[in-house]
Design a protein around this ligand. Structure first.
Ligand SMILES: Nc1ncnc2c1ncn2[C@@H]1O[C@H](COP(=O)(O)OP(=O)(O)OP(=O)(O)O)[C@@H](O)[C@H]1O
Length: 688
């Protein structure tokens, strides 16, 4: 064991003395200083050391092997060396100071430390941050409790060891070279703990005497952050999925309070987040019991519940499922499928199918435009009769929409998927009409088809037959019709066997049937049989309030037919349309609008007065034709003939030369009209 003497009894010497007490190779034998401090004195006295204010005297008394100079006063040391040649070592003042401040484990010394120093020590040991200091030889000077906890290394195994032998991954030695601070560096220790550390070079009096690391264990934080980040991204993902869905989705918590909805939900129900989030689902959009609440109570999914939701009472199907996490109820999620569109499409499809099947019955009650009470009454009667098997008589002027009604009745009845056969009784000769309606047996007449032919009544079996212009049916055929109406039986032309047909008969006429009866042209029994369910379709002039709606509807129809895009009708044009008398009813309105659109430029978007014919002129011409009546001389027959000619001309003018329409308006057959025009030389009448 070497005998050591310490020169410098201030803090540095005291600290050095403290370090060496109990050292296995070194025995301190004296402490010399001009100005010995109280702590040094006490420590020396406790351990029975010699103290002196004169280093030479003390040397001579103790004759140590080595003299440590702990104050940095190298002059004293140099003198000693020169005079006695003893081995000396200089402990720089900063090292001494560091030792003094950081010295641990020597309870006696600690007890001597000042209040402030004790406070530093307590903080240093109790701080949650790990602290490791090394000296300029990379040896660990300092290793606090937190450092032990984080590194799993006992401070006793660390103090005094080279840091890399204890902690191979330590970057602290690097600072001795770089001498620059490294803040908030991430590092993973050998035991897997992750830390964030700040490494600080230690400077005293311009010397870098070591390095200090202050670090925190962030392993738990990193784990948590990873979890949080993960959770956040999962939540965002979930939200993105829910938001992009076209199905309306709502999520509630276990209490049934709204947590989340998507835009589709708002679109469907009209409710936004403010109305739903945090609000109880007990008073939600659904009629009756809340599906969410039912699911939360039963913990069972609810599937395929049909409901009507939102301001527009849309048809929806609701599915709700409980949200169970590890068997614990966390809420429920509801998905609402809007099926109204599917319903509409299905209806459209049905309509299309119907059209295909029946070829003819294209219109429904929705296609009958007009809100006037007169039309509404007729529609209501027709609608009601459609629900029953009753045969219907449609009456009204030409062009009022009788055929439209016949279609609508068929399509509203339970026969809608069965045939709808339309027959224009005025367009066929009496014999042809009979064979068409009732069919014929083989050899019934010359040219009759081999094997005979089914009649239209048979074709219409289970469906409806629409006999238009019933007033034109010859009297012989009327008898047969009566039989069908009464017995639902037909006998083919040339046949004897009656066969049953299940047909609803809808007939229409613009002829005054009572008058025809009086004239003997129409059978009374047939009339009364038909008159069970008469429906009168009002003339357009008697429901002028329907003209705007009808005009726009027809304009749209014309646009589609002609590939045009006329959007509006000007105020003045509408006034014109409203003031006209409409002898040709809706058909005439459609014709006039159609002609106007044809004459418009492609760029024109508004139908104006100038596009319409001069109604005044049309009416004047009618007036003129009528006023001529009074001035005419001649016999009754001549005057009758003249009157007839004017009526014929008037009807042709009103219908723009359309002979079928003119004949309809006059209540005569087309054949008859041709005959009369020929008779009066009016075939090439100038309509302008
Ligand atoms: N209320 C209405 N809504 C929409 N379009 C209508 C309406 N009434 C008639 N129309 C249209 O007017 C035209 C004439 O109608 P329809 O052929 O049904 O009349 P009608 O009374 O049967 O005529 P006619 O006695 O000359 O046979 C058709 O193109 C029809 O679509």
């Amino acid at each position: 064991m070497k005998r050591a003497m310490i020169v410098g009894g201030g803090k540095g010497g005291t600290a050095l003395l403290g370090m060496m007490i109990g050292h296995e190779h070194m025995e301190v034998v004296g402490l010399a200083d001009l100005n010995l401090q109280a702590q040094g004195m006490r420590l020396a006295t406790t351990y029975g050391l010699q103290t002196s204010s004169n280093a030479f005297t003390l040397y001579e008394q103790q004759l140590p092997d080595i003299v440590f100079e702990a104050t940095g006063d190298e002059a004293v040391l140099a003198d000693l060396q020169r005079h006695v040649g003893v081995q000396t070592a200089v402990i720089p003042a900063h090292v001494c100071n560091l030792l003094y401040n950081l010295l641990i484990g020597k309870d006696e010394l600690i007890a001597e430390l000042s209040q402030q120093e004790r406070l530093y020590h307590t903080i240093f040991q109790s701080t949650h941050d790990g602290m490791i200091a090394i000296d300029d030889a990379e040896e660990i000077l300092l290793f606090n409790r937190a450092a032990s906890r984080i590194t799993d290394i006992d401070h006793k195994d660390a103090i005094g060891k080279r840091i890399n032998t204890v902690m191979p991954s330590s970057k602290l030695p690097r600072l001795l070279q770089t001498k620059s601070m490294e803040s908030n560096q991430k590092q993973t220790f050998e035991n897997g703990r992750q830390i964030v550390t700040t490494r600080i070079p230690l400077w005293i009096d311009g010397y870098c005497i070591g390095a200090l690391a202050v670090f925190q264990d962030v392993t738990d934080m990193v784990d948590m952050a990873a979890k949080v980040t993960n959770l956040e991204s999962v939540q965002q993902l979930l939200q993105a999925i829910i938001h992009s869905s076209d199905e309306a989705i709502s999520v509630v918590n276990e209490e049934g309070e709204g947590l989340m909805i998507n835009p589709a939900y708002t679109r469907l129900t009209g409710l936004n987040e403010r109305d739903v989030i945090g609000k109880p689902a007990t008073t939600d959009i659904y009629e009756g019991e809340s599906m969410h609440m039912r699911t939360l109570h039963t913990r069972m999914p609810v599937r395929g519940t049909q409901m009507k939701v939102g301001p527009h009472k849309k048809d929806v199907i609701v599915n709700v499922a409980p949200i169970l996490v590890n068997g614990e109820l966390k809420g429920s999620v509801g998905v609402i499928h809007d099926v109204s569109e599917i319903r509409t499409l299905t209806n459209e499809l049905e309509k299309a199918k119907r059209r295909l099947r029946t070829l003819e019955a294209k219109y429904t009650f929705e296609d009958i435009i007009g809100r006037s009470s007169a039309l509404a009454f007729a529609k209501e009667q027709a609608f009601k009769s459609a629900q029953t098997p009753v045969d219907v008589l449609l009456r009204g002027q030409s062009g009022t929409g009788k055929e439209l009604f016949a279609h609508a009745i068929h399509n509203e009845s339970e026969r809608r998927y069965q045939p709808f056969i339309r027959v224009n009784c005025a367009a066929l000769s009496p014999t042809l009409l009979e064979s068409e309606l009732f069919g014929y047996e083989e050899g019934a007449f010359t040219g009759a088809q081999k094997g005979g032919k089914r009649g239209l009544f048979e074709e219409a079996h289970h469906g409806s037959i629409f006999l238009d212009e019933i007033g034109e049916v010859p009297k012989e055929t009327q008898v047969k019709l009566l039989r069908v109406l009464q017995e639902k039986e037909i006998v083919r032309v040339g046949g004897t066997k009656a066969s049953t047909v299940n047909v609803r008969i809808i007939v229409a006429t613009n002829v005054d049937l009572e008058d025809a009866m009086r004239r003997g042209d129409f059978r009374e029994d047939l009339f009364y049989r038909l008159n069970k369910m008469p429906i009168f379709i009002p003339s357009l002039r008697d429901r002028r309030e329907d003209i705007p709606d009808l005009s726009h509807y027809l304009l749209h129809k014309i646009n589609q037919e002609y590939g045009r895009s006329v959007l509006t009708i000007s105020e003045r044009a509408m006034q014109q349309l409203l003031s006209y008398n409409w002898p040709g009813n809706v058909r005439e309105l459609e014709n006039i609008l159609g002609r106007a659109v044809i004459h418009m430029n492609y760029a024109d978007k508004e139908l104006d007065e100038m596009h319409l014919p001069t109604f005044a002129a049309v009416e004047d011409r009618d007036e003129h034709l009528l006023s001529e009546r009074g001035d005419t001389e001649g016999t009754l027959a001549e005057r009758m003939a003249q009157y007839e000619q004017r009526e014929l001309k008037g009807a042709l003018v009103a219908h723009n030369g359309n002979k079928t329409a003119a004949a309809r308006r006059l209540g005569i057959s087309v054949r008859n009209l041709y005959y009369k025009l020929e008779k009066y030389g009016l075939e090439k009448i100038d309509l302008q």
